[in-house]
Write a protein that binds this ligand. Structure first.
Ligand SMILES: C[S@@+](CC[C@H](N)C(=O)[O-])C[C@H]1O[C@@H](n2cnc3c(N)ncnc32)[C@H](O)[C@@H]1O
Length: 328
């Protein structure tokens, strides 16, 4: 008997969640929309309570294995360091973390790899929280900056790093060119991002189009790039030595979506901490996370990794750009 009550209650919650979801979309309008959303999420602390210091998916191994949600997120950073070849770089390597959130990756890069990290985000509250979370002596600093108009001079950093910021960028070419501009010659760009399937190869079908619309509108995303499209944009900056290397980590990161929802169930303390309004706010995210899970498991979305080396000289970059044009 009780099982029916419990099931009925769960269905009711889902219906309320979906209703809230449908009536309150948070479409992208400008970088202010993004800044305000993250300011709000940072101030109320709900996202940090459930997702910890990392506002990105976890890495569950290949093939994926069961693991703790927060551990998977920290593991993601170490996997990205390895994949980017950053584990071979010496202490004091300078890193720009573009779209740094509350600094989870920046702190790991500073503490465990002894890099000197500058994290930038469009959200002032994230800068404040990232700074609070960073103990004295950890070589990570944070400031507000727009990824599409970075305030740093050309050739400033040994490494430019960015996780899951790209879907918020309305101009993906500018996002790529700004990151390559501030990278020193010989420096490494390493990016992890949500992408959609390359619709030049296979256009979105009748159910994928409205699904993608929801994924964009619910979390203030102007557009997703494709892995192929974004790697072309990096190459087209004309600043890349050799090829842009890509990988697809969809399978490695896929368990994150259901794990995110599961956190709400296994950590009911959140109810006490954030009260009824916090509960409704969290519930409202459940349909988007389910839709993300559907998008990533059906091939509509892909988790893309990108790595590029900045050419050492203008002559070399012109040569590379020329060969890329020839290839295209
Ligand atoms: C999904 S969160 C990822 C945060 C962080 N990389 C992490 O993994 O924890 C996206 C981040 O991109 C930042 N962002 C979005 N648009 C931006 C812009 N135009 N300039 C700088 N940061 C931006 C957001 O403020 C947020 O910190």
């Amino acid at each position: 008997m009780y099982i029916y009550y419990a099931l009925g209650f769960l269905v009711l919650l889902l219906v309320v969640g979906i209703a809230l979801y449908l009536i309150t979309a948070r479409s992208y309008e400008s970088s202010d929309t993004v800044a305000n959303s993250y300011d709000e999420w940072t101030q109320d602390g709900i996202l940090e309570f459930y997702w910890g210091e990392h506002i990105h998916l976890g890495h569950y191994g290949s093939p994926p294995q069961r693991k703790d949600f927060l551990q998977a997120k920290a593991d993601f950073v170490h996997e990205m360091v390895k994949w980017g070849g950053l584990d071979k770089l010496p202490p004091k390597t300078t890193v720009l973390d573009v779209g740094c959130g509350i600094g989870g990756s920046s702190r790991i890069l500073a503490k465990e790899y002894e890099f000197e990290v500058m994290g930038v985000t469009i959200s002032p509250k994230q800068v404040q929280r990232a700074t609070e979370l960073t103990p004295e002596g950890v070589t990570a600093k944070f400031q507000v900056d727009d990824a599409l108009a970075l305030s740093f001079p050309d050739n400033s950093f040994d490494v430019v790093w960015s996780i899951e910021a790209g879907p918020h960028m309305p101009d993906k070419a500018k996002y790529a060119s700004e990151m390559m501009r501030v990278l020193k010659p010989g420096g490494i760009l390493v990016v992890a991002d949500w992408n959609q399937r390359d619709d030049r190869a296979l256009p979105l079908n009748f159910w994928e189009k409205p699904l993608m619309r929801q994924l964009l509108d619910q979390w203030s995303h102007p557009a997703f790039s494709s892995i192929e499209g974004f790697s072309e944009l990096i190459a087209e900056t004309g600043l890349v030595a050799g090829e842009v290397v890509t990988a697809d980590w969809t399978q490695e990161t896929l368990p994150s979506w259901l794990d995110s929802i599961w956190q709400g169930i296994v950590r009911p303390q959140g109810l006490i901490e954030f009260g009824f309004s916090g509960f409704i706010k969290s519930l409202r995210e459940v349909p988007t996370m389910l839709l993300m899970r559907i998008g990533f498991s059906t091939g509509l979305c892909r988790f893309g990794m990108f790595r590029a080396l900045k050419s050492d000289s203008v002559a070399q970059s012109r040569e590379t750009a020329r060969s890329q044009v020839v290839k295209a």
